[in-house]
Design a protein around this ligand. Structure first.
Ligand code: CUA
Length: 160
């Protein structure tokens, strides 16, 4: 079989690129331990409110400038444990967020931060974020979930 020189070169480049990406993924997964976030923490979606994490959603201090924030999403609301849907977080605090939904898929994005999760019925989504900059952040739903989708939000205030 006669192969053109360019064909050989491109096969070599293609194979080398494939090998390179497999090595990157392999090192990242098996050596550095990177995994998709919170893939398999489950709960009964019909008994969310009976789950110990979500009995009383909201912010709880668990350590030195370390907090846990639990949020229950439902159409078309985030229960963050306050009547006015405002959570106040001290600046610099590390917040471990756990959230779930009682009905359909909702989004969970704290605009201006890297906190961005999908909330699926039956699963607990988790993310840890440190709030270094004071200000007002909006928690928005970024998965279309019904007619009230655009009304679904809460507010995070990072205060001194
Ligand atoms: Cu909830 Cu869109």
């Amino acid at each position: 079989m006669n192969m053109h020189k360019y064909e050989k070169v491109w096969i070599l480049i293609g194979s080398a690129t494939l090998l390179f990406f497999l090595i990157v993924v392999g090192v990242s997964a098996f050596y550095m331990g990177n995994q998709p976030p919170s893939c398999a923490v489950t709960l009964d979606p019909e008994k969310v409110r009976e789950h110990q994490l979500f009995k009383e959603p909201g912010l709880t201090e668990i350590g030195d400038n370390e907090y846990q924030l639990t949020v229950v999403a439902s159409a078309f609301d985030y229960d963050v444990g306050t009547d006015d849907k405002v959570v106040q977080i001290p600046v610099g605090a590390t917040v471990h967020i756990s959230a779930t939904t009682t009905d359909v898929i909702h989004g969970f994005e704290i605009a201006g931060t890297n906190a961005n999760m999908m909330l699926e019925p039956g699963y607990i989504s988790t993310y840890t974020n440190t709030f270094d900059k004071p200000g007002t952040y909006t928690l928005v739903c970024n998965e279309y979930c019904g007619v009230g989708h655009h009304l679904m939000y809460a507010t995070i205030e990072v205060v001194e």
